[in-house]
Every structure is written in C-alpha cells, then in structure tokens.
Design a protein around this ligand. Structure first.
Ligand code: XMP
Length: 323
C-alpha cells in the first residue's frame, strides 16, 4: 500500500542513487515544504546536505534566527546557515512595481545567492544540486498553457529560475499535495508546530507591498503582520486558518485623526483564508472581537498606517496573495 512511510523509504533510496557522491544545497524558508524536503535529504545523505536560509529583508518579524533555531532543534545534526542578502534585494527591487517582474528579479537573486553560498561552503557548483520544496499545486499553477488559460503566477521556485543556473534542481515533493507533505513531515519526526505552520511565499513581503518596495515599507508591514499573527494565535484562530497575513497598500493613503491632529497615511488589508489545498480558498470568518483588536493595535502601534481593511474575497476568482 502506498503511504508516507513507503514514500519516504523509496524516495530516499532514489535520491541516494541520483545524488551519489555529490552535494546538495537546500533552499530553506522555514515553511513546511522546505523543512520536510530538508529532513528527507538530511536523512538520505547526511553531511552531504547543507541548508541555507536567505534573509532577503522581506521575511516576517524575527524570522531568520527563529527559523534556524527551529530547524536545528527539529532536525538534529542538520547543517544550516543564514545568509544576509537584504541590501542586494532592496537594491535590485528599487523602482519595480510589476508583480511578475518582482518575482523574476527575486528568483534570479535567489540563484545568485545559492551559487555564492556553494562557493563559500566550498561545494562544487558544477554537478551540485539545489533542493526546492516545490509541490504539485506550485507546478500546475506555474505551467503556461497554450490557448486561453495563461500562467496564474510564476512561482519563483518553479518557473522563475534563470536557465543559466549551474545547480541542478532537485524537487522530491513535486508530486505531493500539502496534506501529503504534512503527513510525510510527521513521518519524518518533524514537530507538529512546524508541520502546521502557515505557508509563506518565496518572494515574501515583496508581493504583499502593492507597489514599490522599500526597506521602510517592509519594516512597517512586518510590524503590522506581527501584530495580526500575535492576535490570531492568542485568540486560537491560527490553527483554523490556512494562511494569514497583512498586505500593505502604500499608494492608498487616507485621512485620519490621531489625538487632535490630522493624519494622512497608508492603508493595509488583513487577509485570512480557510483552505486545505491552497488551490481554492474561502475568506475566513474572523470573529469581530479579533478583528477589532487587530485594527486598533495596528493603527495605534504602527507608525505609517492609519486604516485597516479586511479582505472578503475567495479563491477563485481572487488569489490568496494580492500579487
Ligand atoms: P495564490 O496567491 O496563487 O497562492 O493563491 C497560493 C499559495 O502559493 C503561495 N505563493 C507562492 N509561494 N513562491 C512561493 O513559494 C511564489 O512565488 C508564490 N506565490 C504564491 C501563496 O502564499 C499561497 O500559499
């Protein structure tokens, strides 16, 4: 019978044969997909696997160090490093507003970072592998069909990689759905909290700042997002939600009043969806008291935001992310 124990066993055998004596660099994000992929590779080839987490400057609050700590704790013996590439990402994204352009630039920069990392770790780039936690839905949503249906979004971990990349891509999860990856994660002994973590897209906060990306805007969004996640964890809604985040609308400024002065600041939108496969999703029916606390905390604590909206769009026809 086909189950996750069999899958892990057969896949590890296949990976060992394919990789041989070569090395694999793992693109880690802290999300369930890349964590499960890393656990599988670590189990299959041990010290020949090295994980790297790129700090793009577009991660959530405190994410870099927390992810490294969690990975080391949940996958004992895993070699993993955090690479600070924040300046490179902000420089490359300067002035860019088009969502697909953002994805392409980010995909290209990720590859540059990985190739640089292989050199720094003294791994051979030629003949080496890059591990990605690509799932089946990522594959189908990125395929360009001839005819009327076009690419929905170029997931940077699928279509957006430049052809010039020297590392060969390894995608052991590309035939699995999210629930199967979670089952595989449990099978590999990964902690529940990691297995049930909300996903976070590779391009990160870049596709949640609707317009030009700046370090200042990323900092503002990070604060609002942190407050939102904090409130839904405290209220017990986090585990009922498939994915939750804040979108910053820098070009939507509105008038407000703070104390006895007028404000003219940015709006943000809270997004939370209920979904099992991320292919379709309903907007989450968030309790009003939770929404009230999020709104009041964000407006009071985050300088630069004076209005909070709630997204009530389902997928389809909307997508989960705004870009
Ligand atoms: P959408 O917005 O297409 O998102 O409904 C479906 C799921 O995919 C995530 N997503 C991405 N993940 N690279 C990723 O690794 C990407 O470029 C990307 N775009 C969207 C999104 O967060 C959601 O979970």
């Amino acid at each position: 019978s086909w189950n996750m124990k069999n899958f892990a066993h057969t896949e590890m055998e296949r990976l060992r044969r394919q990789i041989g004596e070569r090395h694999v660099l793992g693109a880690l994000s802290g999300g369930v997909d890349s964590t499960v992929a890393a656990a599988l590779l670590h189990k299959a080839i041990g010290h020949k696997f090295h994980g790297v987490l790129i700090d793009t400057g577009l991660l959530r609050m405190h994410e870099g160090p927390e992810v490294i700590q969690r990975l080391k704790q949940h996958i004992p013996g895993l070699q993993v490093d955090c690479i600070d590439a924040t300046q490179e990402f902000f420089d490359a994204l300067k002035g860019v507003t088009d969502p697909e352009k953002k994805r392409k630039i980010i995909g290209g920069l990720f590859i540059e970072c990985f190739e640089k990392a292989t050199k720094e770790l003294h791994l051979p780039v030629e003949g080496g592998f890059l591990l990605q936690g690509t799932l089946y839905p990522d594959v189908i949503e990125s395929i360009s069909f001839k005819g009327p249906s076009a690419t929905i979004k170029t997931h940077h971990n699928v279509g957006g990689l430049p052809a010039k990349m020297k590392l060969q891509v390894l995608e052991p999860l590309r035939e699995l759905f999210k629930d199967e990856v979670r089952a595989l994660g449990m099978e590999l002994g990964i902690d529940r909290s990691s297995v049930w973590r909300h996903p976070f897209p590779g391009p990160g906060l870049a596709i949640r700042i609707l317009g030009e990306i700046t370090r200042e805007r990323a900092d503002i969004l990070r604060q609002a997002d942190d407050i939102f996640l904090d409130e839904i964890r405290k209220s017990g809604d986090y585990d009922k939600i498939g994915q939750a985040f804040v979108v910053l609308l820098p070009d939507v400024k509105s008038v407000g009043v703070m104390g006895d002065s007028r404000t003219y600041e940015m709006a943000c939108c809270i997004r939370a969806v209920a979904t099992s496969d991320f292919m379709t999703a309903d907007w989450y029916h968030m309790p009003y008291d939770v929404l009230a606390r999020c709104s009041s905390r964000i407006i009071n604590e985050v300088t630069g935001i004076n209005r909070v909206c709630y997204d009530i769009s389902s997928k389809p026809p909307a997508t989960i992310e705004w870009e």
